[in-house]
Ligand binder design. Structure first.
Ligand SMILES: Nc1ncnc2c1ncn2[C@@H]1O[C@H](COP(=O)(O)OP(=O)(O)O)[C@@H](O)[C@H]1O
Ligand SMILES: [Mg+2]
Length: 186
């Protein structure tokens, strides 16, 4: 059983993105040998905090629906009503300079991961944003940020549409960051 961090420890966390009062604060924190990511709305203005709490509960429901899946953070639930606790995935966001993206199977694996996600009745809907797609240390793909994701098991038409949006987003990422045509011959 993993011991979970407490809010009082968050001061030791490291911000992963610029802190704004209109967005969740994303922090990485080490706790008892494990690395967590905390998505926190406690610092937000009242309106964004109230809206953010509801949004975090939505995101939690999506993680519950997905369960454990390689390449997707594990969700440990809410730390308190303002913060969601996730496992940290050790990698970097998709960047043009990343040679790992040039590996023949990165996008094959990414499509496989998204297909598994879809198989669990969830569409992500924000894969076009390169910061939501990671390259792990061993070169495998991972996906974060389920704030825009939807559970679509009971709404087939939404599922159909969402799967197409995800597929389109990945194709666009691959065109921008994947292996260039003719690169093999150089
Ligand atoms: N579980 C995680 N493991 C590793 N990095 C993460 C994790 N969750 C978020 N990040 C990093 O933090 C960034 C912001 O998190 P995200 O959930 O996308 O929030 P937002 O898009 O609202 O800023 C991501 O682009 C990613 O680089
Ligand atoms: Mg994001």
């Amino acid at each position: 059983m993993i011991g979970l961090p407490h809010r009082s420890e968050l001061v030791r966390g490291k911000d992963l993105v610029e802190v704004r009062r209109t967005k969740p604060r994303i922090r990485r924190i080490e706790h008892r040998g494990h690395t967590f990511v905390i998505k926190d709305v406690a610092h937000c203005t009242l309106l964004f905090r109230l809206f953010g709490r509801w949004w975090l509960r939505r995101e939690l429901a999506v993680y519950d629906r997905i369960g454990a899946l390689d390449g997707i953070p594990l969700c440990f639930g809410l730390l308190d009503r303002n913060a969601l606790l996730l496992s940290h995935l050790d990698g970097e966001v998709v960047r043009r300079e990343s040679t790992r993206l040039q590996a023949a199977d990165y996008f094959v694996e990414l499509r496989r991961l998204v297909a598994r996600l879809h198989g669990r009745g969830v569409v992500h809907l924000d894969l076009g944003h390169r910061r939501n797609v990671l390259v792990l240390r061993d070169g495998r793909p991972a996906i974060v940020d389920f704030a825009s994701a939807l559970s679509v098991a009971r709404v087939p038409i939404l599922g159909w549409l969402g799967r197409r949006i995800d597929a389109y987003s990945i194709a666009r990422l691959e065109r921008r960051y994947g292996k260039r045509r003719g690169q093999d011959r150089q």
